[in-house]
Design a protein around this ligand. Sequence first.
Ligand SMILES: [Zn+2]
Length: 430
Amino acid sequence: MKKLTARAISVLLILALVLFGTGVYTVRLFEKGNDWALYFSRLNSGSSGVLHDRNGVLLAEFSRSGSFYAEDELTRKACFHILGDYEGRTGSGLISTFTEDIKDYSIFTGTTHSQDYEFTLTLDAYLNRVAYESIGVDREGCVLVCNYKTGEVLCMVSAPSTDPLYYDPDPPSGTYINKCLGAAFVPGSVFKLVTSAAAIETVGNIWDRKFFCEGEGEIAGVKIACVDPHWTTDFRTALSNSCNYAFAQIAVTVGQDNMKRYVKEFGFTDRHELNGITTAAGNFETGYMGDPELAWAGIGQWTDLICPFSLLRYVSAIANCGTLIEPYIIDGTEPKSVQLIKQSTADTLKDMMRFNVTDHYTDERFPGLHMCGKSGTAEVGDGTNNSWFTGFLDDEEHPYAFVVLIEKGGYGLADAGAVANSVMQAAARK
Ligand SMILES: [Zn+2]
């Protein structure tokens, strides 16, 4: 009897061990199955992949002998968000996107297939390094640059970043989000470019209107504040001075139906796609707004949110006579074009963005660049600001549009404007 009990216990123990082992294997399969498949795919079928930047700089490579990233740490960090990593921590990077294709791996059937991939990106790793260093180690935000005549994305940086070679178990918040594509932010005054387009097309006497601002004003009893008094302005100087009170009145005159229609038409509330990577949608109030809420929404506050990529599309279209060449990042992509903005409206906005620089920001801030821009300092609601600067070079040889966002970043022109200048100087030297 004693013997039997001992045997039964042994059998039960062995069974428990087998079950435990199977459990561990199953969990590991789900956790690591992709890595295993990638490993065997490389080993057995010889799949390989190479990613270069536009100048032939190696950004990522995997083959039988292993997985590799760019040689220098700065390039790896500056390009981390667009590339992602072999472990899929970012989820949205090109490595994740295209290793899925390469592996063609099913966790249930375990099948893979063999193929060699070689991609050249339109990205310039040098510009990414300049942008990453310009944001600086202690700041958060993102930088996007594209060629508005061809659609090529030249620069895409998000911060904080990390070195994909060394796994950081406790990274700073936001490290694994590509803020250029995967998030939407309070826009503040850069949104006045959208309200301006709506006003140009729907307010017949917009050029005859005068606005008076003593540093604040009221819309239906609700105070709308400016940083400084702007005294008497017209439409053009209201934009160059970024007068909140003037734009509050303009938004109310445009009306909420028109505002909603233009925001939608310009693609700010839609998701877009960049070579298989889906971008974040923005937000604009769809329900009824009273005049004060509409006023705040028209100056980029209230519940407004925009994805930096959507803003890049918009300023690219302004720069290119209203025609958007849809941005792409894999060389050889067939560019799509769409008339996003009426040509006359785009040309007017372009003049106004150039006037912002000559009248208010000054060309000395952007030496040698034919800069057209708009700054924004958005109140986030937690006491910090989003600092924005967006625009483009009106320059046949360097047709570049850009978006710079510095979170918790003080003032649009001083902070984001300085980063925009560094990156565009580097772009124009090439
Ligand atoms: Zn004002």
